[in-house]
Ligand binder design. Structure first.
Ligand SMILES: Cc1cc2nc3c(=O)[nH]c(=O)nc-3n(C[C@H](O)[C@H](O)[C@H](O)COP(=O)(O)OP(=O)(O)OC[C@H]3O[C@@H](n4cnc5c(N)ncnc54)[C@H](O)[C@@H]3O)c2cc1C
Length: 341
């Protein structure tokens, strides 16, 4: 089957790989358009999130698939993008300690959570003494590296089209391909072939900071208070992120780094410099489930989108599911179907 994928963010990358592994002929078009999510993302997979410390949707099913999927890409592309990490979450009130310990004793969370008094190598850098809720079973995927290595692979094979595909062009181009799959991130909300979907886009901002301390290069745990501090190596830390709802009819919001910087200062007792302000628009959906399916206006045009705030975990499972649907006729799950009720 000859397939054109429009967009090479995380969704387009992982889906293309899943299709190529199943023997499809895939070409990928990417226009390097503004405000992508994947290159802004920290790529964290966190099994337990939110104020109520709830397990991430389908974590037990999705995590082993994600680990195996990225390992296969790592081996083929000769890169290393996956790191197992520990997340340390500040428990700064008696209620947060109680709630965390209640979760810890829940058998569904066995092996994932514990409470520690010390933030390990991070402790000298932080204002807060703890205690800390420790989460195991977390990982970080280096999405910018994954995307650039996959682009190099596509370029080498002559499968990469460096262009923005407009709705006018696509109807012409579609004659050359049996199937077109749109993986356009937040721009999916503007796609005329998929109107009236329950988008609820969010702008996310983060800071890339560098800790000015001689031992900071060795940090590896992730620390969370209101925001996440994620070490990237060489004393660089990704600090974020914000969540601002945004509608495509509004102007793209200007980044507001000051509030983030203030929050970083409240956490860190060592000096740091802000290297870069990071921002992207997440393809978030009202019910927080991906959006997958065929256009009701144009046969053989499909959408693979809506990875929301947890793309690193969700993408491999749903890419393999969608690839089996397209190539082997496996029914598409109604949970992610674009026309779900
Ligand atoms: C600040 C921030 C932090 C985040 N942190 C995490 C995290 O820690 N863990 C996690 O799992 N997720 C995180 N996310 C969410 C994650 O980034 C998304 O789930 C995921 O990256 C979405 O990927 P995508 O491919 O759908 O979209 P995008 O990455 O936006 O990719 C879409 C691509 O399509 C291209 N494109 C669009 N239209 C066209 C066209 N017509 N023609 C050609 N090209 C086109 C664009 O140029 C773009 O490259 C974060 C997001 C943000 C913004």
């Amino acid at each position: 089957m000859r397939i054109l994928i429009v967009g090479q963010g995380l969704a387009g990358t992982v889906l293309s790989w899943a299709l190529l592994q199943r023997g499809a002929e895939v070409w990928v078009a990417e226009g390097d358009l503004a405000h992508p999510a994947s290159t802004a993302a920290a790529g964290l997979i966190n099994p337990v999130t939110g104020k109520l410390y709830v397990k991430t949707w389908q974590y037990d099913d999705f995590f082993p698939i994600a680990k195996r999927f990225y390992a296969e890409m790592e081996a083929a592309l000769r890169i290393c993008v996956w790191s197992d990490v520990r997340v340390l979450r500040l428990l700064d009130t008696p209620k947060s300690v109680n709630d965390w310990e209640a979760r810890q004793s829940d058998p569904a969370y066995a092996g994932l959570l514990s409470t520690v008094v010390h933030a390990g190598s991070w402790q000298p850098y932080l204002h807060h003494p703890g205690p800390w809720g420790e989460t195991r079973g977390a990982a970080r995927v280096d999405l910018p590296l994954l995307l650039s290595a996959f682009r190099a692979y596509l370029l080498e094979k002559g499968l990469f089209l460096s262009e923005k595909i407009s709705p006018e062009e696509i109807t012409k181009l579609a004659q050359e391909y049996e199937v077109v799959i749109f993986c356009e991130g937040w721009r999916g909300a503007l796609n005329p072939f998929f109107p009236n979907l329950p988008w609820r886009l969010t702008v996310g901002e983060a800071l890339l900071v560098r800790l000015l301390h001689p031992n900071a290069a060795s940090l590896c745990d992730v620390v969370k208070k209101n925001l996440l501090l994620i070490p990237l190596g060489d004393a660089y830390v990704w600090a974020g992120a914000t969540y601002r709802h945004w509608f495509p009819s509004m102007p793209i919001p200007e980044p507001r780094p000051e509030a983030l910087e203030k929050e970083v200062r409240q956490l860190l007792r060592v000096p740091f410099e802000v290297v870069r302000v990071i921002s992207g628009i997440r393809p978030t959906v009202r019910d927080r489930r991906p959006l997958i399916g065929e256009s009701s206006l144009q046969p053989n045009f499909f959408l693979f989108n809506g990875l929301g705030t947890k793309g690193a975990l969700l993408a491999p499972y749903w890419a393999e599911h969608f690839a089996s649907h397209l190539l082997e006729g496996v029914p598409l799950s109604p949970i992610v179907h674009i026309h779900r009720s």
